[in-house]
Ligand binder design. Structure first.
Ligand code: FES
Ligand SMILES: [Fe+2]
Length: 406
């Protein structure tokens, strides 16, 4: 892949977001100087079925959302012992709870007695959960505290296997809570993060205060929704007005397992070409991370500092519908009225771009895709490198071997 970054420096050398941006600035300025950008190895001729096939969707839902760790929430959404939050978007009702010991646990939000939903509020604080159907009560570790009429369930050992909540693997890392929506599964987060954990740590999400949270409902395929984040080719057409003055389509692209990092060129970067590298204002470089299968973390793409971070998570509910969950965060909390203004502005710009532009295109394209004849293929250009990379990973991990180059 010409024009891409070939970072050789050891991760231990990157002490902070600033240092990381300084390392990435070199390859970025080289691309600017040579008038090139990150491009994929080949043109992708994607089958229209990639976005519309229901059987494929069922495979994706199981493989990516039930068998891979997904970000259920930010640590700051479970701020203290007793905080809880429900999470249904991975396709299984789950409740997350922070215990007295500070540890986050995840349970199926399904009563072990007769499957009623136990926690019905979206979030809150509680030291115990009581099922409204017959009143079974559980503590924050999932242990049954009380079973009314327990003696009529037979010998105590007969009810023993059924008395406690069913746990799912969960791990809190770098300010994010990762869940595996499979009680039988095991989660190896280090293997999953594939080296991206260093960057995520640098972002500082552990101190993130969510200033705006929102959910958008979109009639399109979840992968089409994500694809709109994965290329800068549409920046000067679709977002000509909205993102004008934020960054240019020139970029550097790096991969970490199925995840990737986009390094964007701030506007005016042409001026850096003749400057000494020490003079480059590297903190203006926007970074965008994709955490497979569905999470985008944007640092500085809608604001000029690294203190406003946008998190987008896309959860499918069918081949033709997804929910996009937005969290606009102030790192370290809202420090000043100016910082609040910056987050407000970032939120307004990004929400408008998503609703009126990216997701509006995605929904129209989904209607178009439904009408195309079987076997139709769509060309993804080499400058749409994130789309190429994502589609190849989807095919690789599903074992479908699709994604036709050339
Ligand atoms: S279903 Fe929950 S107590 Fe009966
Ligand atoms: Fe976009």
């Amino acid at each position: 892949m010409s024009g891409n970054s070939l970072l050789a420096a050891p991760l231990a050398g990157r002490k902070s977001l600033h240092d990381l941006r300084r390392q990435l600035a070199g390859p970025l300025v080289e691309n600017v100087a040579s008038g090139t950008t990150a491009v994929s190895a080949a043109v992708l001729h994607e089958n229209a079925d990639f976005y519309r096939d229901a059987a494929r969707y069922a495979d994706e839902q199981r493989t990516f959302f039930r068998q891979m760790p997904v970000v259920a929430c930010l640590s700051s959404e479970l701020p203290e012992p007793g905080s809880f939050k429900t999470f249904d978007e991975a396709g299984l009702p789950i409740v997350l709870s922070r215990g007295k010991d500070g540890q986050v646990r995840a349970f199926l939000n399904i009563c072990p007695h007769r499957a009623s939903r136990i926690v019905r509020e979206e979030q809150g604080k509680a030291s115990r959960f009581t099922c409204r159907f017959h009143g079974w009560t559980f503590d924050c570790t999932g242990k049954a505290l009380g079973i009314p009429g327990a003696d009529l369930f037979g010998d105590p050992e007969e009810i023993d296997p059924y008395r406690n909540l069913i746990a799912c693997p969960v791990e809190e890392r770098h300010g994010l809570v990762f869940v595996l929506a499979d009680p039988e599964g095991t989660m190896d987060l280090d293997a999953h993060l594939a080296g991206l954990e260093h960057d995520i740590e640098f972002i500082g999400l552990a101190s993130a205060e969510i200033v705006h949270a929102d959910r958008l409902s979109v009639d399109a395929n979840w992968k089409y929704g994500l694809d709109t984040f994965f290329e800068t080719y549409h920046l000067n057409a679709l977002h000509f007005e909205t993102f004008k003055g934020l960054f240019s389509p020139i970029c550097v692209f790096d991969t970490f397992g199925p995840h990737h990092r986009y390094t964007f060129a701030p506007l005016g970067i042409e001026g850096w070409v003749g400057m000494a590298p020490e003079e480059w204002p590297v903190d203006a470089i926007p970074l965008q991370y994709f955490l497979f299968p569905n999470t985008i973390i944007s640092v500085g793409s809608t604001s000029s500092t690294g203190l406003t971070v946008n998190i987008h998570r896309i959860f499918p509910s069918s081949a033709g519908h997804f929910t996009s969950s937005l969290s606009f965060c102030a790192i370290g909390g809202l420090a000043s009225p100016e910082h609040r203004e910056e987050v407000e502005r970032a939120y307004a710009v990004a929400r408008a771009a998503l609703v009126d532009e990216d997701y509006s295109v995605a929904a129209e394209a989904h209607a178009g895709l439904a009408s195309l004849p079987e076997g139709t293929r769509l060309p993804v250009g080499r400058q749409e490198i994130g789309v190429w990379n994502f589609h190849h990973n989807v095919a690789r991990l599903l074992g479908t071997g699709e994604g036709s180059d050339g």
